[in-house]
Design a protein around this ligand. Structure first.
Ligand code: GUN
Ligand code: ZN
Length: 459
């Protein structure tokens, strides 16, 4: 296999030059990881907050009373009284090419994958890819998600389509064409060399272009030969600021399968480790059945796990040990993923609810402060973007979501009796969904307004 080294782009790109924007209303954000510091030290709640934004970034954030004098002349804040402003949600694992495979009937992962392969084959058609990419991005915004780490199909065009549609909406997307050269239908297979060449061309085109980031995306160890994983290693070594995105230890049957395919390796995680694919820009989806030693190795290498509870419940894959992952001697970086289309909702709010349910089935009550953290700043940390998005601090990109605690009669009734901010957040987690998202802002522009006629671009 031939490889070519290229200089990597630094992905730190304020892109849109927009008019100043100010948004006023109750605001929550995270100073730290509440699993480490406790909730009180981590959560900042401003009952009457103000965000001032210019050129796609936050220039000031804090109490309205303290910041009102800093409003640029002529800038009237968009006011959301009785709502809640949060950092835009980060979906740390999803498949845009599986949007049409959602709610496919099937048994557990191995059978279900056959449904999704049929859906992915349709992305050989570029027009289909563009149509689905547009709906996928609209659906993210409707659910308050401003950043996603997504699988495309094996066809490079399918990745182009997603980057183009996300760019039109000012979103921050990390994505890559999937790599697979065995154990899948022939139409979906590439080779080690094609994986390298096509990914390298996409990296050149998209990584650090606007807000886009490239993720080197081997599907999972069983679908790649050692040669292809070697190609992934070479790509990441040549472009070290790219992300690495794959699956691990989702279904119990994967573990003996990986052992039989990689007899020289010491387990599933060791396959990725051997090929240099662990590190602070790596996101492994699921990780339900990782051993404690494997979780420890993830923590030591800075490798993140995307917990996808809606998918895990739908496929019956198992119950992720969140408490063990976050509270052991070496806590892991954990984020939340929807895993569309095995996951059944685009809403990070519903994903938080499912994370609560899964944790409870393991005897752990996940509170809403920690759940919101996982869906915002935790996601930013998993993607290596903690300095850039996820906590609504000055200098960060202006991605935020406005939630409506009165979006449905039941939610209105429950939140009218909320005892404090933690209780309000909990009601939003358990009862919230796409209807709860009043507006979504990307790079300082309103990209979705629930109450406006058009799906995006209203502001
Ligand atoms: N493991 C390998 N591929 C996939 C996929 O597309 N979805 C899920 N949930 N798990 C996988
Ligand atoms: Zn997945």
């Amino acid at each position: 296999m031939t490889t070519s080294a290229t200089t990597s782009t630094t992905p730190d790109t304020p892109t849109t030059h927009t008019a100043p924007l100010a948004v006023r209303g109750p605001l929550v954000r995270f100073r730290a990881d509440p699993f480490r510091t406790g909730n009180a030290a981590a959560l900042e709640h401003e009952p009457d907050g103000l965000l001032i934004c210019a050129d796609g970034r936050i220039t000031a954030a804090g109490p309205y009373a303290a910041l009102r004098d800093r409003l640029p002349a002529g800038t009237e804040p968009v006011h959301y009284p009785g709502h809640l402003i949060t950092a835009g949600f980060v979906d740390a694992h999803t498949h845009y090419v599986q949007m049409e495979a959602v709610a496919a009937f099937g048994a557990e992962l191995p059978d279900w994958l056959d449904h999704t392969y049929v859906a992915e084959e349709r992305f050989a058609d570029g027009a289909h890819a563009r149509r689905v990419a547009a709906s996928f991005c609209d659906e993210l915004l409707r659910n308050g998600t401003t950043t996603a780490l997504a699988f495309a199909a094996v066809y490079p065009d399918s990745a182009d389509a997603l980057f183009e549609e996300a760019t039109r909406r000012g979103m921050r997307i990390a994505a890559g064409k999937v790599l697979m050269d065995r154990n899948a239908p022939d139409a979906l297979l590439d080779t080690a060399q094609r994986a390298y060449d096509e990914s390298a061309a996409l990296i050149q085109r998209w990584h650090g272009t606007g807000r886009n980031l490239y993720a080197i995306t081997p599907r999972f160890a069983p679908a790649s030969t050692p040669d292809q994983l070697e190609a992934a290693r070479a790509l990441h070594a040549a472009h070290p600021t790219t992300l690495v995105h794959t699956h691990i230890a989702e279904h119990p049957d994967e573990i003996p399968w990986v052992r039989s395919l990689f007899p020289d390796r010491d387990g599933y995680l060791d396959v990725y480790d051997h090929y240099g694919l662990l590190g602070p820009r790596t996101v492994l989806a699921h990780g339900i059945h990782l051993t404690a030693a494997e979780r420890d190795r993830c923590a030591r290498t800075g490798t993140a796990v995307a917990h996808c509870p809606s998918s895990n419940l739908y496929l019956g894959s198992g119950l992720f040990p969140l408490r063990e992952a976050k509270e052991g001697d070496h806590p892991l970086t954990v984020a939340l993923g929807t895993d569309i289309g095995a996951g059944t909702s685009f809403a990070l709010l519903q994903t938080m609810r499912d994370a609560h349910r899964v944790a409870k089935l393991r005897g752990y009550a996940l509170d809403a402060v920690k759940a919101f953290y996982l869906a915002t700043r935790g996601g930013a940390e998993a993607l290596g973007l903690a300095g850039t998005i996820g906590s609504l601090t000055p200098g960060q990109e202006a991605d935020f979501t406005v939630l409506d605690p009165r979006a449905t009669p039941l939610l209105a009734d429950r939140t009218s009796r909320a005892e404090d901010i933690e209780d309000l957040l909990f009601a939003l987690c358990i009862l919230g969904d796409d209807r709860t998202v009043r507006a979504t802002y990307t790079a300082g522009r309103r990209a979705y307004d629930r109450d406006a006629a058009t799906p995006f671009g209203a502001g």
